[in-house]
Write a protein of this length. Structure first.
Ligand SMILES: [Zn+2]
Length: 255
């Protein structure tokens, strides 16, 4: 299987941790879903998506294990996942698990897939952050959730932000820029760029700054992979493909 599978170098060395940011290559989907679409919610043939899931799980080595996804809402709900037999955890944009052999998956095509690993703990989390989730403060909320429920210090958190649309391509209007600046002030301003009388946003940078503000050391925040809209050979991009496209999966869990 010709898979695009990006990883954090130092997480690869933790032998019980398995994670990845997958791209669109190596699946059976055709047309706008070519080829490794892993979402049942975007109009692709469900049998093809099923086959893709099965083939992908074999390729990454979790064939007999579950990758739980969520019904992503562009909000700030976080769910704790304990049931290994679930396929979908419910309506949320963040999940946490301590269960061995239960992998958490995020589906994206431009939004930021974010994976959390807690050093020395068998505890993992994921977040889906588009502009609405970023405005709602989903990453900050995840940090609070980890502290309140699991007694996690921000200095023990390592975070990887995967392939997402960059400020090279993500043109936004005042409807997005104004509320983000109102909510996050100078942090949001640092992630906005003006070119040719247009405004562009770097969502990955903004979430990374929010994580730093929540206390995660900058050396423990990793940005992995290119801009999805610049790299449509390897990644689905909602913007670049005008809304009709598949979703790639990012996942994390422990064996
Ligand atoms: Zn780009």
């Amino acid at each position: 299987m010709d898979l695009v599978w990006l990883q954090v170098e130092r997480w690869k060395r933790v032998d019980w941790l398995l994670h990845g940011f997958l791209g669109r290559r190596g699946g059976k989907g055709t047309g706008v879903y070519a080829s490794l679409n892993l979402s049942f919610r975007v109009g692709d043939d469900p049998q093809v998506v099923k086959d893709n899931l099965c083939d992908m799980k074999k390729a990454v080595g979790v064939h007999d294990l579950r990758i739980v996804t969520m019904r992503q809402m562009h909000g700030d709900q976080i769910l704790e996942v304990k049931d290994k037999h679930l396929k979908e955890a419910g309506a949320a944009d963040g999940m946490v698990t301590e269960e061995r052999g239960l992998f958490l998956g995020v589906l994206t095509a431009d939004c930021v897939p974010i994976l959390f690993s807690i050093s020395g703990r068998k505890l993992v989390a994921v977040v889906h952050a588009g502009w609405r989730g970023t405005l709602a403060g989903i990453t900050t909320k995840m940090m609070n959730y980890l502290r309140d429920r699991y007694d996690v210090e921000p200095t023990s958190v390592e975070v990887a932000l995967g392939p997402a649309i960059g400020s090279c391509c993500y043109e936004i209007g005042a409807d997005v820029a104004v509320p983000l600046v109102q909510k996050w002030g100078s942090l949001a301003e640092r992630c906005l760029q003006a070119r040719d009388r247009k405004r562009f946003l770097d969502l990955r940078d903004l979430n990374s700054l929010l994580l730093e503000r929540a206390g995660v050391p900058p050396g423990q925040i990793f940005k992995i992979g290119p801009c999805t809209s610049c790299a449509t050979e390897d990644f689905f991009s909602y913007r670049c493909e005008r809304g009709e496209t598949g979703r790639q999966m990012s996942f994390i869990g422990w064996l």
